[in-house]
Design a protein around this ligand. Structure first.
Ligand SMILES: Nc1nc2c(ncn2[C@@H]2O[C@H](COP(=O)(O)OP(=O)(O)O)[C@@H](O)[C@H]2O)c(=O)[nH]1
Ligand SMILES: [Mg+2]
Ligand SMILES: [Zn+2]
Length: 369
């Protein structure tokens, strides 16, 4: 065996063995990680606490701190991140020293105060938007979720849970499908474990799937059913409330036996639309398509002459509710963007103020006026 072949072969073995041990690990990550030699090991963040992370490394889960250098440049590892760990057995300390390139990012929009986006989970392949029959079902809320999920880069799938409580689930699915476009809508019952098979295409080995949706729709029940054991408390316990007394773990990864991973509640509840312009366009693709034929390029589809969207509404091709929802979310997006800009300006002002205070202190200290 020549050197070249040996290197190539051992490279392959290491990819294969790591894909088994770190769910979602692939050749791209392997390549990115190959720059690290010595006491470094690859891992994946399975849970994030204030100053430490739980990190899945081949064979086990360990706790690790976050290197000062990473913190200094404002890079924060989040659940789902593939990371480089510095393992120092002599001191028993482990440190996350770098984050490997992210495939997808779920972020809190460029929210008002201070500006800048905050990433809350990374490398999600699919996001299950969970809703349930009955009073939780809210098409407008689903449209919002869709826009946010689209902008993350992950594939959205809508799950209609608790169909055991519904006489005509097909009708409800059709209703949801009317706003979901090409996004699949899967009816199921997490409690009685019916319809779960339809989820298997999204739960293949190496796939990372997060569940989002209002409290009480059955996310934890579904995780328990898919895992075949009770790992999550269910039934109105506010385990998804970061401030709640019952907080156990937030944004945690649960590996399935086949090598797929589930992430419960990545905190989408507090997400603003932020900079989801692209997501909004995908969630309302039929409106965007129709708008190509509007007379004016900057048509707002409210009362302009020659508006192809209004014409489509008139012809019954697009519902009035859909257009109203599009208008509402677009306005929200504009508002959030403005708020973020104001936040940034204020932050700048505060920085200058601080500099002025520092200069004053310095002058006082040196006795200069
Ligand atoms: N009838 C019925 N109840 C369900 C189903 N899935 C969950 N539930 C119930 O809905 C309640 C909330 O479920 P939970 O999993 O805690 O919701 P989460 O807040 O989204 O995690 C619990 O009482 C569950 O037993 C289902 O498929 N059918
Ligand atoms: Mg729950
Ligand atoms: Zn128009």
């Amino acid at each position: 065996m020549n050197d070249h072949c040996e290197a190539a072969c051992s490279g392959n073995t290491s990819v294969n063995s790591l894909t088994d041990k770190i769910p979602g690990w692939n050749e791209e990550l392997e390549l990115a990680f190959s720059a690290y030699k010595g006491p470094y090991v690859p891992g994946r963040i399975s849970s994030r606490h204030k100053t430490v992370c739980d990190v899945l490394i081949p064979g086990t889960v360990v706790q690790a701190g976050i290197s000062g250098a990473l913190q200094k440049i404002g890079k924060q590892p989040v659940v789902g991140d593939f990371v480089v760990l510095l393992d120092q057995p002599e001191t028993g300390s482990r440190m996350v020293v770098n984050i490997l390139p992210r495939r997808t990012c779920l972020s809190r929009g460029a929210a008002g105060d201070g500006g800048g986006e905050q990433i809350i989970a990374a490398n999600l392949d699919t996001i299950f938007i969970v809703t349930s029959v009955g009073k939780d079902l809210n098409l407008r809320r689903l449209e919002r979720y869709l826009a946010i999920v689209y902008s993350s880069g992950a594939r959205p799938v809508i799950l209609l849970n608790k169909i055991d409580l519904e006489d005509n689930p097909t009708q409800v699915v059709e209703k949801i499908q009317s706003i979901a476009g090409i996004v699949p809508v899967v009816p199921l019952s997490a409690l009685s474990k019916t319809g779960l098979d339809a989820l298997s295409p999204y739960l293949k080995p190496g796939e990372t799937v997060a569940l989002v949706g209002s409290s009480g729709v059955g996310k934890s029940t579904l995780i328990n059913s898919l895992l075949g054991e009770t790992v999550q408390k269910t039934g109105g316990i506010r385990e998804d409330d970061e401030k709640g007394r019952h907080t156990t773990t937030v944004r945690q990864m649960f590996p399935l036996p086949n090598g797929a991973v589930l992430v419960d509640n990545p905190g989408i509840r507090e997400i603003q639309l932020g900079d989801s312009a692209e997501g909004l366009e995908k969630a309302f693709s039929e409106i965007v398509d129709a708008a190509r034929n509007c007379k004016f390029k900057d048509c707002t589809h409210r009362d302009e002459p020659g508006c192809a969207v209004l014409k489509a509404v008139e012809d019954g091709l697009i519902s009035e509710e859909r257009l109203a929802s599009y208008h509402r979310l677009t306005e929200e997006l504009i508002f959030q963007t403005k708020k973020a800009e104001i936040g940034l300006k204020r932050l700048e002002k505060e920085r200058y103020k601080q500099i002025a205070v520092d200069i004053k202190k310095y002058k006082k200290f040196t006795g200069k006026q």
